[in-house]
Design a protein around this ligand. Structure first.
Ligand code: SAH
Length: 217
């Protein structure tokens, strides 16, 4: 098995990455600390070890990607995560984003639609230290009715529409952050569910995500 080592060099590169995303506008110290605490190179192929701390998305198994650190930080900051919150994440991928949420003290429920990727990630030894993350194989459009409602919902793939079932699984006062498809780019949205059940919508910058697809694979 591959030996995971977090050297001074890796930590130094991670510090530089923090400086980069801070300059790009991430200001929440708890979000920056979470990224500093997670050895991102563990989530990538050893061949990418030297570039793991560049602020870029990289390929992982099954043709999917680990999001760019700035994007992870941006979505996490918008979600305003507090300790013990129940968070539903759509698109487990490498589980890097799930670990960022767990670092912030959240209870994470994450869904992946690709069986092989789900198995691969669930068996990745390093993330077992985060026992506040639960992994599910399924279609994120359906959410997790058994565990609903959630304080927060985070979609990490480009959603073609705002999934109505997910809005229903949000607690009153809760928030959902998602990249909503608009052609080749996606507009980041934050939707807040008011106590009376109505919704507020705020739109932010454009990003580029892999598509959120229906059904399982
Ligand atoms: N959060 C991930 C980023 C993953 S990329 C990370 O930190 O690495 C988006 C992921 O969403 C892909 O793994 C893709 O397979 C998954 N996905 C796409 N549509 C989905 C759906 N309907 N339900 C669950 N996962 C989905």
């Amino acid at each position: 098995m591959r030996k995971l080592e977090d050297t001074y060099r890796h930590k130094g590169l991670r510090k530089k990455l923090i400086d980069t995303i801070r300059e790009k506008g991430i200001s929440e110290e708890n979000v920056l600390d979470a990224i500093m605490n997670i050895p991102r190179h563990f989530f990538l192929d050893t061949a990418l070890d030297n570039i793991a701390y560049e602020d870029k998305a990289f390929p992982i198994a099954e043709g999917q990607t680990i999001s760019q650190p700035y994007t992870v930080a941006y979505q996490t900051q918008l979600l305003q995560v507090h300790q013990y919150e129940k968070i539903l994440e759509i698109g487990t991928g490498s589980a890097y984003q799930s670990c960022v949420l767990a670092e912030l003290g959240a209870q994470v429920f994450t869904i992946e639609r690709q069986k092989k990727l789900y198995e691969h990630t669930k068996n990745f030894g390093y993330i077992k230290k985060y026992n506040s993350i639960k992994y599910f194989y399924g279609d994120g459009f359906e959410g997790l009715p058994t565990y609903a409602p959630f304080d927060k919902i985070l979609i990490t793939a480009a959603a073609p529409v705002v999934p109505p079932i997910l809005l229903a699984q949000l607690k009153p006062g809760g928030m959902m952050v998602l990249p909503l498809d608009a052609g080749d780019k996606q507009r980041m949205l934050r939707i807040t569910k008011n106590e009376d059940g109505s919704f507020n919508e705020e739109a932010f910058t454009n990003f580029s995500f892999v598509p959120m697809l229906k059904g399982k694979n």
